[in-house]
Design a protein around this ligand. Structure first.
Ligand code: HGY
Ligand code: MN
Ligand code: MN
Ligand code: MN
Length: 419
């Protein structure tokens, strides 16, 4: 396998995903201005999709788009009656994100297929490369929407209508990268996603490969707090309706409540107020409204619901405390998702064949794989994230780790395509 070809493709995708198209080849040349802004429908997203589609065609894949812009590339097998082995990830990034979260799981499958082509490997099952739309929720605010449609958690009709920040529906935003085709998940037997761990475990242990047995549960809550926009100089403190003071209660409550739960029960609950938008945001104006995006995760679904309900209660209590109005919406909820033992063992066997050290683990990040796992035997392969950093311009994985990841993925796909 040629790590250089994989490396060139990943670097080119990284270049296409940045605002000013700068190139980043090594960890040393990263800085805060070099994040990716590949949001569904923007220019970076379009040129990146064009790049990938041309590479998929070069590799001889039949490329198809479905109704919500998921992209599929099929390598036909010698036995078309057998259900496919699917592998893939997402291309979209978070705002100012890293260059491996998503694209690694796409380019790695492309590279595996190119290797099979060069070796003349005859896969019995079809091999399906999948690129899921809108995984990060950075353009359409709800995450994992492309893979949700494939397993029926949302319908094609619902997702086509989801609006972006400009109020445009997905169907319009992605009109050049969609068709009326609906993908049938029952045509798939196995699914694997190769992904950076996005946490510190593998890197700190210096273990090259993680085999994911379980993926975290996750819920996103959107809250808007409406106050009374007013003059900062002429409005006495006791007659204000300040949504920003009210919103700051939510931030400190979220942090304190999770730490209290952890001190009582231990575990790995996390909660983050990652989105905090003040309107109109000027030094001499008491804000009119504040929008919060709250992300809650745990391997235990009950804990997610407990924290979410307590946060919602706190938000409801703001109305009397600060004379503000509030609106709260749970955008989506995914329970913790176990992976398939059969696929976990298949990844382990492939790693043993290649004499590559592995460890089993759970995922703190959410993934399309947790949706697909509802209908298809699924597992994930992790590679180390340098310093455990992700969702940041400083996200990085070492090329020698990626080489091992792609080799394990290739061997696993070969094995599963012959079962
Ligand atoms: O948010 C996540 O965990 C994933 O990276 N979308
Ligand atoms: Mn991500
Ligand atoms: Mn990801
Ligand atoms: Mn993912």
């Amino acid at each position: 396998m040629s790590i250089n070809r994989l490396k060139e493709d990943l670097i080119e995708l990284g270049r296409l995903g940045r605002k000013n198209q700068v190139e980043t080849r090594n960890y040393e040349d990263l800085d805060m201005d070099k994040g990716l802004w590949r949001l569904e429908g923007n220019e970076q997203s379009k040129v990146s999709k064009d790049f990938i589609i041309s590479k998929m065609k070069e590799a001889g894949l039949e490329v198809r788009f479905d109704r919500v812009g998921n992209i599929f590339g099929r390598k036909v097998g010698t036995d078309p009656n057998k259900r496919a082995v699917m592998s893939g990830s997402h291309l979209d990034s978070v705002k100012n994100g890293g260059q491996f979260d998503g694209p690694l799981g796409v380019i790695s499958v492309l590279e595996a297929i190119r290797i099979m082509n060069e070796e003349g490997f005859q896969n019995e099952r079809p091999i399906e490369l999948s690129i899921f739309v809108g995984e990060e929720g950075s353009a359409f605010y709800q995450g994992l929407i492309g893979s949700e449609v494939l397993v029926g958690d949302k319908t094609y009709d619902e997702v086509e209508k989801i609006k972006n920040d400009e109020g445009k529906p997905l169907k319009e935003v992605l009109k050049d990268y969609r068709s009326d085709y609906e993908f049938d998940i029952n045509s798939v037997e196995y699914f694997i996603e190769l992904h950076p761990e996005q946490g510190p475990v593998l890197y700190n242990e210096n273990t090259p490969i993680g085999i994911v047995e379980e993926i975290t549960g996750i819920t996103w809550v959107k809250a808007v707090i409406y106050g009374q926009e007013n003059h900062s100089g002429t409005t006495p403190m006791n007659s204000r309706k300040d949504p920003l003071v009210a919103a700051s209660d939510v931030v400190s409550f979220t942090d304190e409540r999770v730490k209290e739960l952890l001190s009582k029960k231990g575990g790995q609950t996390v909660a983050t107020v990652g989105k905090f938008e003040v309107y109109p945001s000027a030094t001499n104006i008491i804000p009119g409204e504040v929008e919060l995006g709250i992300d809650i995760r745990d391997k235990v679904d009950e804990n997610i619901k407990l924290i979410r309900n307590d946060i919602i209660k706190t938000i409801d209590g703001l109305e009397s405390k600060y004379q503000v109005k509030t609106q709260v919406e749970t955008l989506f909820h995914k329970p913790p998702s176990p992976c398939s033992k059969e696929v976990v063992e298949a990844i382990y066997k492939a790693s043993e064949t290649l004499n590559i050290q592995t460890r089993r683990m759970s995922s703190g990040a959410a993934h399309d794989a947790q949706n697909i796992a509802k209908k298809v035997k699924t597992a994930m392969i992790f590679v180390p994230s340098v310093d455990g950093i992700s969702h940041s311009p400083f996200e990085w994985s070492r090329w020698e780790d990626l080489e091992k990841g792609v080799n394990v993925l290739t061997q696993t796909l070969k094995n599963l395509s012959q079962y």
